[in-house]
Ligand binder design. Sequence first.
Ligand SMILES: *[C@@H]1O[C@H](CO)[C@@H](O)[C@H](O)[C@H]1NC(C)=O
Length: 190
Amino acid sequence: MRAFPADWKVICVIFWCLNLTGRVFGHGVNENLVFRVLKPSHIAYDFTIRPAKNFGGIFNFFYNGIQLVAADPIEACGEIQNAEETRGAVALVKRGECSFLSKSIVADRAGALMLIIFDSDEKNDYRFIDMIDDDTKRSTSIPVAFMQGRDGNMLEHYLMEHKGPIEIAIPVNTTGIPYSHLHRPPWTLW
Ligand SMILES: *[C@@H]1O[C@H](CO)[C@@H](O)[C@H](O)[C@H]1NC(C)=O
């Protein structure tokens, strides 16, 4: 038992590290999460997203192999026209023209299980927005996250040009995975 205090310290340090990585990698509320493109393989990268700050549901369900579908219209301020595609999928929507909360309500109504809103600034590959509601007292239970413009526009262009499905895992459980082991898209500096 003589070694106990030292061991105890080591254990504490390990717990501290786990806790820290948990926070860095997004298992705390309002921290970043990662989703992974599974198919097609040539864009199989890990993307960082940030859950909305004060509205929407929690990303507490892990989907492995769910479709990412661009909403039509992409801003999702009116009714989504391709609801048969967004139903049961993760909707990809562009920032602008109406509030984040309005988009979330529209996507929820169109049957999407999660919503990713990407920045309209295509050059944005460094800044995350903490999305907040619009003071209209409305609510939605769909989990909603923000994505940087560079990443979002690349994915949107892919969906528009190839018309093929993108299959993702969301969120990726990054506990115990070093940040450097994530497969980040080549256009993002991180
Ligand atoms: C995430 O991964 C860790 C380490 O493999 C595991 O202990 C934990 O239960 C996982 N969490 C979920 C929600 O699957």
